[in-house]
Design a protein around this ligand. Sequence first.
Ligand SMILES: Nc1ncnc2c1ncn2[C@@H]1O[C@H](COP(=O)(O)OP(=O)(O)OP(=O)(O)O)[C@@H](O)[C@H]1O
Length: 633
Amino acid sequence: MWMRFWCWTKGGSLNVALMPIWSRLTGRLRACGLPMKRRAAFATTHQRTHEMIEFFRFLWPYLAHQQGRYLRALVLTFFEAVLATIPPLSVGLGLVILIRGSADIRDVAPYAAICFLSVILRTFVIQHAWRRGIFAGDHAAEALRNRIVEHMRNVPLGVLSGRWSPARLATLIVEDGRWFNETAVFFLIRIFQGVVATVVLALMAAWFAPVALIVLIVVTAASLLVIRVVKPIGKRVIRSRNDLLGQALLRVGEFADGIAVFRAYGQSGNARKNLRATVANLHDVALDGAPALIFLQQIGTAFVSFAGPLAVTVIAVLQLRGVTEFAAGAVTPALLLTLAAATTFIAGILRTLLPLELGNRARINISEFLSTPELPGDRSDFGQKLDIAFKDVSFSYGPGKEATISNLSFQADPGSVTAIVGPSGAGKSTLVSLLLRFHERTGGAIKLAGIDISQADPAAIQARMSLVSQDVHLFRDTLRTNLLLGDPDASEARLSEVIGAARLTELVKALPDGLDTMLGDTGRTLSGGERQRVAIARALLKDAPILILDEATSALDPITERAIQDALAALEAGRSVIIIAHRLHTVVDADQILVVDNGQIVERGTHDTLLENGGLYGRLWAAQEKATGWRLR
Ligand SMILES: Nc1ncnc2c1ncn2[C@@H]1O[C@H](COP(=O)(O)OP(=O)(O)OP(=O)(O)O)[C@@H](O)[C@H]1O
């Protein structure tokens, strides 16, 4: 019999029979723009296995101390899968006994008892397996999300303003993190369960009738073939869905943040239109993609449903032709039950393949982000004297972009005050962001206490610096939490002290819940000047040896600014200070003033020497003096 079957396939009859169907299918899909390789269909299993192994390898370290629990979940799943094969087998064998003519209930009763026992035991085992799997998977997802956040802390800021925008990262953490979790828990375990159960059931079917095994292999291969065809569509839909989701998040964020601007310019209609267009795109992708995916996936799983009838037909043909001779009548019900159970499990596996694609895409996206290089360096052995030295430093915001800083050198001694002034866009903020290692210089060297900062741990550098910038970010949390960012362990007394120094006492009194008032969109919104004072209080709390003030008092009224200047003067004592300021009267006492234009220091000196020089500083000073005399007519 086997020889005949072999000759039939070898002689090409099978190919001849399947070729027109295959050509039609591939022809239609090619017409839809899908790349098709005839033989490639048979690589599906290999590729899927490879993807699952890759996913597993990626998952494994994040399971950390939950690895044992996850493995126990897999072992329990293995037993659960074996238990799942017992009901069809025991019912089938009971039926065989009945069909063969046994009238004694005692012959059948053990099979019924085994069937019930296995069902009860399976329910028990499955619960334990899932509980362990879900716990371990959740743990891995949490560890992965923390790793992403940690990586965000350690990559140059340029990475986060480029391809990995905040919206893209939100999608990565929320959406991709979710699919990573689902794949780790549900799909991998379900596939493992399906494979084990299918193998056991297929062996049982082969025991009833060896030809059934061939039939199962053929229908499964046909299903995999179809799934292979579906895969590019699935990939395309999933990729555009991910991209659009990122865009939608970005637009929603922009719309929410900029609603006041849109309204002020009477453009809220346009902004809403943009937002709607993005949401509509998302909807279109779902609508276009979903029916195709469901239809093609159903075709894939439908093939395996033919296993039972096909096996019976083949057995019948073989019997009728006299190729085989066995008690088909007695065996067929058991065979059918076993095949039905096997096909249910195969269909279950096939149904997880497309969602598995989402998990796989999530893995690729997350790996891509995690592979962006972190800022190198681990030195933190700075001494007490934190002198700052820039030597021929150059920097540009991207390859091929014009240099924002070129060959810039200066030295700031410990305890001195260095002011950086210059026209808007000259590169002043960029300069301090290089010192903080928010970006990596492209040329020259920046040294802190004699150590090249490119060899230093960015966190160690940032721990030694307090930054108060013109853009103050407050978190949607209480005022207390926002202040304690400066020093999470600060005592109440210290907190009151800096609140007083930053002229925040009146504000705290006026807030409904004082320091515990929620800030942000769910709570109280602060004015620009109030925000700036909160940032100053944070810096006072941090008490770092280097203070960087980037237009720190620009949003304050003159009276508050004077008061804050006094507080800052007290803070400046004994520290190195770098002040970026447009209001030149705030820097007249600086030890050195660097005048920056076009990314270069064009003048340096004290206020008096610079005025004497009559250069750019002199012109800026004169322009400001004149501006103070201006008034609107
Ligand atoms: N993240 C960024 N990516 C690309 N270009 C940037 C980025 N940040 C700043 N720039 C550009 O670099 C140049 C210098 O900007 P920077 O903010 O350092 O100037 P500045 O002197 O501090 O200006 P201002 O006084 O107006 O704050 C500007 O042309 C600005 O557009």
